[in-house]
Ligand binder design. Structure first.
Ligand code: ADE
Ligand code: ZN
Length: 330
């Protein structure tokens, strides 16, 4: 199996319907239906990012205790390991849980316990705390100050949720604080927002990777910069189709990104909602976009190049990609 780093994955977006129902029962939370298949069937046709986010945030009311957060992350990490993921850099949205009355120690305690177990069984995993951009800049700074006492639980900050109307420059101060703390910095940009959002994320927030970045392709100068500076893009093909950024998987720009020499990677974003994990995304780009085994090894290499890891780990995983390239298997 192709060894990969998964770099764009919202832990809240891994809440599969069967666990959603189990947690709702555990915590006495009302759901529109308790039939997991019916819940999943409702995810079939989101109009756009906001339509998805409305469902995603509503479902998160089922997460209440450390055990719940542990179970959520443990289930993802087991699936990811089985799909060939060696390294997972996992987004979490603590502001959602704070809004639901769940304190940070519960979120970090539960997720941290699951990550510690995964590390003990040989996987590499870390958390990236995301700011919900539609809650604004003051809330982002407040979250970061509140999260710093839990600094050992996360390696970086990100920016997610509704993009349109929330340009990266609003979050300059939060990212300056993060940089001063030695945290890695990434941001969603160019998923629905235009290429100027990608530029601002680079120039104002100082991000090391762009999450999505699809709309950067509209600006040739920006493409040249991303290529020359080897700025990684964490691309999520099935998500882009599910949220209507791309009409059909066959139209996805990933092959063009590779042709242009961009450091593109494949990721699952919110696998419980968009038709599957990183393995389903790899299968889709292989079968529907015609990517070759050579292309897949480039994507795998890019993922380890883009990961926030020590060089010794990177070298070991790149050697595994070389071995896979010698005798590719699904
Ligand atoms: N939060 C979870 N998934 C997201 C996505 N695809 N874009 C922005 N915010 C998100
Ligand atoms: Zn995302």
């Amino acid at each position: 199996m192709l060894p990969l780093a998964e770099l764009h994955l919202h832990i809240e977006g891994t809440l599969e319907s069967d666990l959603l129902v189990e947690l709702a029962r555990r915590n006495g939370v009302l759901l529109p239906t308790y039939d997991p298949a019916e819940l999943t069937a409702r995810y079939g046709n989101f109009a756009d990012l906001q339509a998805f986010l409305d469902v995603y945030y509503a479902n998160l009311a089922v997460l209440a205790t450390e055990e719940d957060f542990h179970d959520l992350a443990a289930a993802y990490l087991a699936r990811a390991a089985a799909a060939g993921v060696r390294r997972a850099e996992i987004f979490c949205d603590p502001q959602t849980h704070l809004r639901n009355g769940v304190p940070l120690e519960v979120v970090f305690g539960g997720l941290g316990a699951a990550l510690a177990e995964a590390r003990a069984s040989g996987m590499s995993a870390d958390l990236i705390v995301c700011f919900l951009r539609d809650l604004g800049a003051d809330a982002a700074e407040e979250l970061l100050r509140g999260a710093l006492p839990f600094r050992e639980h996360f390696i970086g900050v990100g920016l997610d949720s509704a993009e349109l109307g929330w340009p990266p420059r609003l979050f300059r101060t939060a990212y300056e604080i993060a940089a001063a703390e030695g945290l890695h910095r990434v941001a969603h940009a160019g998923e629905e927002g235009g290429p100027e959002f990608v530029r601002e994320a680079l120039d104002v927030l100082g991000v090391e990777r762009i999450d999505h970045g699809n709309r950067a392709l509209e600006d040739p100068d920006l493409v040249a910069r991303l290529r020359d500076e080897r700025v990684p893009l964490t691309v999520c093909p099935l998500s882009n189709v599910a949220l209507k950024g791309v009409a059909r998987i066959e139209d996805h720009p990933l092959p063009r990104m590779l042709e242009l020499g961009l450091v593109a990677t494949v990721n699952s974003d919110d696998p419980a909602y968009f038709g599957g994990g990183i393995d389903a995304n790899v299968a889709a780009v292989r079968t529907k976009l015609g990517l070759t085994d050579d292309d897949l090894s480039v994507l795998a290499r890019n993922s380890f190049e883009a990961a926030f890891v020590h060089d010794a780990d990177r070298t070991r995983w790149l050697a595994e990609v070389d071995a896979w390239s010698g005798s590719p298997s699904p």
